[in-house]
Design a protein around this ligand. Structure first.
Ligand code: AMP
Length: 414
């Protein structure tokens, strides 16, 4: 399709009525759930120093090396549009904005990644995310997962599944890599060439390979969890036991590795069957982020709002279910009534009633057509006669019935 000046940038979309009603429902219910768990909203800038992301996310990750929108401002400073929300949130916490030992914050907003646009992958997409900052504690991980399950229920989303794994600690890394290499080595020749290269450069990435040959071999070697220290395994066991106590179902999946470098211990993903290839609604995990030599520990998740909406729609939820209530429409017969009706319009709005009217003199039929178009179920008609009597004609659009009432009755009716 030829690009025209009134289309947004490729991979980015306008979010507008009627769909926006679903977005509002999602945001509003998320705010309610976050409040119950005592998380507060933080709105960080969408533009940050480039180094914030290269330092915190890891400068070899795909997001950082291939997908960031970077720019130089007029002073030659290197900046980036945020590709995710955790780095900015943690920068805010580390700046002294919150107590680093125990901050509970959430955010909502657009993120930017210059990925190849395809179904489920946008270049501007939106996340609702949360960070529980504080020292590693398996109960904190379980609490955040419980919150996420609560959130899915608040949105009315059914059919989501949680896959959970552990990355262990950096101290486990050498043993995990060595163990995995040793287990795969005898079968290295069976792997496709690209996977053989991965074996050398980043053997962990073989775990989430989509290649059926790689998948089969990975399924047959010991799980990464077995190569970890006893304390890392105990951490995972406590997370699992706590979730069980809270009656939250998770599937332990030792092939789950997350894309960013800062994860430690628990990682998880929420997936939904209604989504097709890009089936992840959310990524989450515990992290240790280094900022200016200071380590900040926390646990959090980010949910993709577009994916949540796609999953809701796949289960039959529609934006129209959350559309605003229909307005009252005021019809004016003549110029004098039009001016008086302006007062009525304002008075009704101040009383909390959504209403509309034509602001220029038009034929009654044209005004009625407009009332129909905006979905009005009640129309209030006023002309010279009604003005003189101090009355209003109220028309029910569903059955066409009409009655004439005075102001107190009108207010009661609406
Ligand atoms: P990540 O920060 O990569 O762990 O992503 C967290 C969640 O954000 C994913 O599970 C998706 O739901 C969503 N997400 C990530 N990248 C995109 C994208 N390019 N387009 C739409 N949603 C995305």
């Amino acid at each position: 399709m030829a690009s025209t000046s009134h289309q947004p940038v490729q991979g980015m979309s306008d979010i507008a009525p009627p769909d926006v009603a679903l977005w509002q429902m999602i945001e509003q219910r998320a705010r309610e759930v976050f409040a119950r768990y005592r998380f507060s909203e933080v709105r960080t800038p969408v533009l940050e120093k480039l180094e914030l992301f290269t330092h915190s996310l890891g400068d070899t990750t795909d997001v950082v090396t291939k997908e960031m929108y970077t720019l130089e401002d007029r002073g030659g400073r290197k900046l980036a549009l945020r590709p995710e929300g955790t780095a900015g949130a943690i920068r805010y916490v580390a700046s002294g904005g919150e107590e680093t030992a125990n901050a509970r914050i959430f955010y909502m907003g657009p993120m930017f990644r210059c990925e190849r646009p395809q179904a489920g992958r946008k270049r501007q997409f939106h996340q609702i995310g949360l960070e529980a900052v504080g020292a590693p504690n398996p109960l904190a991980d379980a609490e955040v997962i419980a919150l996420q399950v609560h959130l899915l229920a608040a949105w009315g989303l059914k059919g989501a599944k949680i896959r959970l794994n552990t990355i262990g600690l950096p101290e486990d890394r050498a043993a995990v890599l060595a163990g995995l290499r040793k287990a795969i080595l005898p079968r290295l020749h069976e792997l496709p060439e690209e996977a053989q290269q991965r074996f050398e450069t980043n053997v962990l990435r073989l775990l989430d390979s989509k290649d059926p040959v790689v998948k089969k071999i990975i399924a047959e070697v010991p799980s990464v969890i077995e190569f970890m220290s006893a304390s890392s395994r105990a951490y995972l066991d406590t997370v699992i036991a706590t979730l069980k106590k809270l009656e939250i179902d998770v599937e332990i999946d030792a092939t789950l590795v997350r894309g960013l470098d800062y994860y430690v211990h628990t990682v998880w993903e929420v997936v939904h069957g209604g989504l097709g290839a890009q089936n992840a609604l959310s990524g989450g995990g515990r992290y240790r982020i280094q900022l200016d030599g200071k380590a900040v520990d926390g646990v959090g998740f980010a949910m993709g709002v577009e994916r949540v909406i796609a999953a809701l729609e796949a289960t039959g939820v529609t934006a129209s279910q959350f559309a605003p209530p229909p307005p009252v429409f005021i019809v004016s017969l003549g110029e004098v009534a039009l001016n008086e009706n302006l007062l009525l319009l304002q008075m009704l709005r101040q009383r909390g009633i959504a209403c509309e009217m034509e602001l220029s003199a038009r034929k009654v039929q044209a005004q009625m057509r407009r009332a129909d178009k905006v979905g009005a179920q009640v129309v209030v008609i006023r002309g010279d006669t009604e003005l003189e009597k101090g009355t209003f004609v109220v028309k029910n659009m569903a059955d066409g019935s009409q009655r004439e009432v005075e102001l107190p009755e009108l207010i009661k009716l609406l």
